[in-house]
Design a protein around this ligand. Sequence first.
Ligand code: GAR
Length: 210
Amino acid sequence: MTRIAVLVSGGGTNLQALIDAQARGELKNGTIAAVLSSKADAYALERAEKAGIPGYVVARKEFASNREMTQALVAKLKELDIGLVVLAGFMHILTEEMVQAYPNAILNVHPALIPSFCGAGYYGLHVHEKALAYGVKVTGATVHFVNEEPDGGPIILQKAVDILPGDTPESLQRRVMEQAEWVILPQAVSLFCQGRLSVDGRIVSIKKEE
Ligand code: GAR
């Protein structure tokens, strides 16, 4: 059984999707063992508590740099014997210590079809503001492995979502979450925990279910 830690900074709807998937028996061979939040008042921590999952605060503001925060996170994850780290609305750039500690064992969900609308400065609602301002007709979500480059790691799953006339950043964010993020994040986590993902350079292969 792979012990999963979910790193959050805010509302935690993606965490909720994982909790719900686990309750339905859809996180095969994985268990959500901990939720780590960069903010003490993140609603995600309440979601964890309601689900009986231990929550920890590793507050960004307690550290002088992202590097120091990353080192504290790695220490906590090792102490908790975590095998898979999931970034679910985690709003800080982790430094290379995290990737070194968890090579090809960190997943991130991003609310766009990478390589569009991603990288430094593209997070949360900003991603949808930029997609609408560019005038694309289709956007979506991506789950990828985390490497040293922000949003640059090998892609595991993607799902497209139509942009509709009259969309606002908020309406688009909601549709991308409902139709894409909350679907593909639990799927990717389950595939990882079943040992069905293999990585060759940028290419992720998914083994068929046995
Ligand atoms: C989600 O849309 C997630 O994809 C995005 O922030 C939101 C968090 O919502 N993450 C990023 O933009 C990371 N680059 P949640 O806290 O309700 O899951």
